[in-house]
Design a protein around this ligand. Structure first.
Ligand SMILES: Cc1ncc(COP(=O)(O)O)c(C=O)c1O
Length: 209
């Protein structure tokens, strides 16, 4: 079974703890592998290296890509006794320069304590976005996420698309996901002031849609 602990394209939607725990238990009981897709949620995005670490489970197989620069699949020995890991690639070139960049990414996240930053700035962003939700209760329907993987859901796709387009015109790049959600996924080095500037742009766009 292949699961995202925090859905990416599906709308930046964290799974419930009970759901993930149950899936893990059932996979062990019936002996099928649990594959956690960390392609969007991995490498520190949620404030831990991997999103499954928020759920207290260990997958049998996991995938990583995007921030890692190379597409990688890691499986427990049980499933792949002759391989210590496999690098394949659609999301990332997978050549030596990509691998060097991916390695550097890991070093920088460690050295600059970016997991902690994602956790702290993520909480701050959620708080501020929830204030916006209170202020615009007919436009924003939900704020959810973990760390710096945050979804801002609107009551209609029209509002979402307008905010996305107008924010872009103001120089703020966001991206839609799901049906009517805006993804807030800034770089892990972002600080509270920079988040504040981005949120000012979002509010400016909200007022006008
Ligand atoms: C969470 C997640 N998993 C998997 C993929 C797909 O990767 P691929 O293009 O290698 O099938 C993506 C691509 O956006 C993704 O976001």
């Amino acid at each position: 079974m292949l699961v995202e602990c925090v859905q990416g394209e599906g709308g930046y939607r964290p799974a419930g703890r009970k759901f993930i725990k149950t899936v893990s238990k059932v996979s062990k009981k019936y002996g099928f592998p649990l594959i956690i897709d960390e392609i969007q949620s991995g490498l520190g995005r949620t404030g831990k290296w991997w999103s499954f670490q928020h759920y207290g489970i260990t997958p049998d197989i996991m995938t990583s890509a995007k921030s890692l620069q190379v597409g990688a699949t890691v499986a427990s020995n049980k499933y792949d006794p002759n391989e210590s890991g496999a690098v394949s690639s659609t999301w990332g070139g997978g050549h030596r320069i990509d691998m060097a960049v991916g390695l550097k990414m890991i070093e920088v996240i460690e050295k600059e304590k970016l997991l902690k930053n994602a956790e702290i700035v993520g909480k701050y962003t959620m708080k501020k976005l929830n204030e916006l939700k209170e202020k615009y209760p007919t436009k924003i329907s939900d704020i959810r996420g973990i760390g710096l993987m945050i979804g801002m859901e609107f009551f209609s796709k029209k509002y979402r698309d307008l905010v996305e387009l107008n924010a872009f015109r103001c120089g703020l790049l966001t991206m839609g996901c799901g049906v009517k959600t805006l993804r807030i996924a800034p770089p892990l080095i972002i600080n509270k002031d920079e988040i504040g500037q981005g949120l000012d742009v979002i509010e400016f766009c909200l007022k006008r849609c």
